[in-house]
Design a protein around this ligand. Sequence first.
Ligand code: 4NP
Length: 160
Amino acid sequence: MPEKLLFVCLGNICRSPSAENIMNHLIDKANLSETIICDSAGTSSYHIGSPPDRRMAAAAREQGITLKGRARQFKQSDFQEFDLILAMDRENYRNILSLDRGGKYADKVRLMCDFCTRHTEKEVPDPYYGGPEGFNDVIDLLMDACEGLLQYVRDRAIST
Ligand code: 4NP
């Protein structure tokens, strides 16, 4: 059974689609696309159906990553569907856990920055209302987190 990862932010047009597509890029390079499957979602309904933010897409493209996908909202069944749910910031984390009424799935929900090895940030900052540099910083931070996450998923697959 493939390992299924879900990346979650607020709007699903900036951070989580970047995380999903960076992760897919690393997964492809590692020849693991049959083994690890990625998706992304937003806790809000603000941008359902929208493509990734064009400023975010431009920053990703500079690093050779094309942002694909359309925004969708996080839903209850995602708790069953996915093995790991990666929240971009603490607010996303709290909002996801508030939907897990029985507290059954808390172990699946993690903060994305827990997997960073080079950066010390604890959250992926929301770039939406900031300047262009914020988008580059998000890509840089997510590259680090995704590399750490890939290593974590590989180690976990070996030990189970
Ligand atoms: P994201 O960024 O959560 O990284 O997709 C945002 C996108 C839209 C809004 C906020 C954050 N918004 O308020 O519309």
